[in-house]
Design a protein around this ligand. Structure first.
Ligand code: GCO
Ligand code: MG
Length: 405
């Protein structure tokens, strides 16, 4: 079974998604997600100009060899653009293998390790009360784990809370350039403990709580935050500090027992190796789309298992439902799976373009038994939503210094 054709689509049903479709000479097709938020067209060019020509005529079953060919066979390894391109091809080939076998992907990966996939939902509020109100609503829908983000008094916009804006497109208006946000560590510290104090008072101690710092703190500030929040028993604190210098996490770990999670911007096992093997984190959050696909995710999970690190794949709205499906298949099999981030199945346009039968019940997701990944891409619906240039915001300190968004 040979690869006959590879197509790359970009659509914007509310946000941009890059989708790869691999078609074999037997007429079977597979889908993959190659979306890199704010840099979508770089992946499109990488795929069309550099990857697709090398794939035509190759054995569609040789997933590992194709992966190695695109990774090891390229002098320029790693990085988000390369790895998203590899990831999309890898997902599509696993999708094809499942369809040919007549089995859902999780059966090819070893079968189920659990009943369903536990999710954590997002409560993003205008203030502490509003955030906990939203968390209570999620609890009443059955969610057992919730990420809490609250607007910071004194700052115009806070990560996760867009005020009167619907989304980042809305923030950018008709002139798509990166919107600017202001950050103040002190104002954040003035708010954050109150959020978790009230959360425990109103939600009790059975609900798992998560918080995303979005890399705004230095390591010693993260250590201070960890100590402050320890008594509220978070499931994990996400992206406390940047870990370009991974030894930074030694500093945080030395001071606090708060569980730590990182990895949504990582592109390979090499990016997380030091943090995992030194047991500096508790959850690794690499996404299939940004970390090299299903093949790479399995390797990362197995490596993490040796060090008691669990997986908690990134589940933001800028990963397409194809990536979410790949995560679901991995989550249901992986022995050291922790939890899956979940922001809903998207707006009506997204659900028109990407069709699947994933079922939600009591804060858990259940896969259908459709062969392969179990997602279909409606090309004609997608063509109703053309690509729109878009950026993520940038962040500045109150004096104008550029900071981590
Ligand atoms: C999360 C993330 C996202 C990112 C987004 C950037 O934990 O869900 O931090 O919200 O900001 O994916 O592209
Ligand atoms: Mg995050």
């Amino acid at each position: 079974m040979k690869i006959k054709n590879v197509e790359v689509f970009v659509c914007c049903p509310g946000r941009n998604f890059v989708t790869v479709k691999v078609v074999t000479d037997d007429g079977v097709h597979g889908l993959g997600d190659a979306t890199v938020n704010g840099r979508e067209m770089a992946v499109v060019a990488y795929l069309k100009e550099h990857v697709v020509p090398c794939l035509i005529g190759r054995d569609a079953h040789a997933i590992e060899d194709v992966w190695q060919y695109l990774y090891r066979g390229t002098y320029w390894r790693r990085g988000p653009i390369t790895m998203a391109a590899i990831a999309a091809i890898d997902m599509a080939l696993w999708d094809i293998k499942g369809k040919v076998a007549g089995l859902p992907l999780y059966q090819l990966l070893g079968g189920k390790s659990r009943r369903g996939v536990t999710l954590y939902a997002h409560a993003n509020g205008e203030n502490v009360d509003d955030t906990i109100d939203k968390a209570e609503a999620l609890v009443s829908q059955g969610f057992k784990a919730i990420r809490l983000q609250s607007a910071i008094p004194g700052l115009p916009v806070t990560y996760g809370v867009l005020g009167d804006k619907k989304d980042y497109y809305d923030m950018q208006g008709n002139r798509p350039l990166p919107p600017e946000e202001t950050w103040s560590t002190q104002k954040y510290f003035n708010m954050i403990e109150g959020l978790f104090k009230e959360a425990r008072e109103r939600l009790g101690r059975d609900i798992h709580l998560v918080h995303d710092v979005h890399s705004r703190l230095t390591p010693i500030e993260s250590a201070r935050l960890g100590k402050l929040l320890e008594k509220y028993e978070l499931l994990f604190l996400e992206d406390a500090s940047m870990a370009e210098n991974q030894q930074s996490y030694d500093v945080i770990r030395q001071h606090t027992s708060i569980p730590l999670a990182i990895g949504e911007t990582y592109n390979s096992l090499w990016d997380c190796k030091y943090l995992i093997e030194n047991q500096l984190i508790d959850y690794i959050r690499v996404a299939a789309t940004h970390g090299g696909g299903v093949t790479a995710m399995k390797r990362i999970a197995d490596f993490a298992a040796i060090y008691n690190v669990k997986t908690a794949p990134h589940g933001a709205p800028d990963l397409s439902p194809i990536c979410f499906a790949a995560h679901m298949h991995l989550d249901i099999c992986t022995p050291n799976f922790g939890i899956q981030e979940f922001v809903g199945f998207g707006n009506e346009q997204i659900r028109r373009v990407f069709q699947h039968d994933t079922r939600l019940e009591d804060g858990m997701a259940y896969l259908s038994d459709a062969p392969g990944l179990g997602v279909e891409y409606d090309e004609s619906a997608a063509s109703d939503y053309p690509y729109k240039r878009s950026y993520l915001p940038v962040s500045r300190l109150e004096d104008g210094t550029l900071w981590n968004w």
